[in-house]
Design a protein around this ligand. Structure first.
Ligand SMILES: Nc1ncnc2c1ncn2[C@@H]1O[C@H](COP(=O)(O)OP(=O)(O)OP(=O)(O)O)[C@@H](O)[C@H]1O
Length: 269
């Protein structure tokens, strides 16, 4: 049973992001509305180009929406633009992206990577910084004493991605946006990361927006599913219901394709 409470954390209304003009116009996110409650994991699924990453970047306020409204914890964050306002927002909303190789600063040891993220919290004394870094590394099942002094090239892909998650966790966000966080890691790291997301929801009531093209991962990890197609959310609802009884033809096709692929895989192995 998901421990989601009724408190709405994120309220997204008619969110739209258009790139380009005239004949070159792309409605990457087109009139998307949904809510996310505290302690809820929602997955955004859809094929490549459906607008998932653009939705993530708009919600993170890395890019501006063209239209619509984003309300986070009761505050309208749609038009935040001053660095101080954005930093305050990013203390509460953190992200993990697909590629742990490009997002990990190769010149910094793990401790410094996490401490830089902690700067969002303002000045903390050294003992507190150390406690927070250790706590975040332990949360992602890494031994702080072993990894704090290591550099990117001394870690596996799965370890790097867990450190990227620790970097997000170190500020104890209320919402984690995870954009294809398991695409570039092996199967055992994938399972570790998915179970970690479930633990974060259960132990800290963290809300998670999990973005993936893989409907089976989404079904495993989510309380609710949002299915995106050509920038629009064509179906949304409780994960078990959407998986068992998809209503929209696109959702049915997405699940049918995933099912035939996984059948193919099991025959082949
Ligand atoms: N900066 C940009 N300028 C112009 N078009 C863009 C830009 N960013 C994204 N798009 C377009 O917006 C649409 C949605 O792209 P987006 O990356 O959000 O999809 P996606 O579902 O995340 O795909 P993928 O799974 O391949 O990452 C695509 O048609 C893409 O080409």
């Amino acid at each position: 049973m998901p421990p989601a409470t009724d408190a709405v954390l994120l309220d997204v209304r008619h969110l739209t992001r258009i790139f380009g003009h005239g004949a070159r116009e792309v409605r990457a996110v087109d009139d998307v509305s949904f809510t996310l409650r505290r302690g809820e994991i929602a997955s955004v699924v859809g094929e490549s180009g459906s607008g998932k990453s653009t939705l993530a970047r708009v919600l993170l306020r890395l890019i501006r929406p063209t239209a619509g409204r984003i309300v986070f914890a009761g505050q309208d964050v749609t038009r935040l633009s001053r660095p101080g306002e954005l930093r305050a927002y990013w203390r509460q909303v953190q992200a993990v992206f697909q590629d742990p190789f490009s997002s990990f600063n190769q010149f910094f040891p793990v401790r410094r990577v996490l401490e830089r993220s902690l700067r969002l919290e303002g000045r903390l004394e050294a003992g507190e910084r150390d406690r927070r870094v250790r706590w975040a590394l332990e949360r992602v099942a890494l031994n702080p004493s072993e990894v704090m002094g290591k550099f990117a090239h001394e870690l596996s892909g799965g370890e790097r991605q867990r450190i990227m998650i620790a970097r997000a966790l170190v500020v104890r966000p209320k919402l984690l946006i995870a954009d294809e966080p398991t695409t570039m890691v092996d199967a055992s790291s994938r399972a570790t990361i998915l179970n970690l997301l479930l633990d974060l929801r259960d132990e800290y009531g963290m809300a998670i927006l999990f973005i993936t093209h893989d409907v089976s991962l989404a079904s495993y990890v989510s309380d609710t599913l949002l299915v995106m197609h050509q920038g629009k959310v064509v179906e949304q609802g409780e994960a078990g219901r959407v998986t068992a009884h998809p209503q929209h033809p696109y959702t049915r096709q997405l699940f049918a394709d995933a099912f035939s692929l996984s059948k193919g895989r099991s025959v082949a192995t």
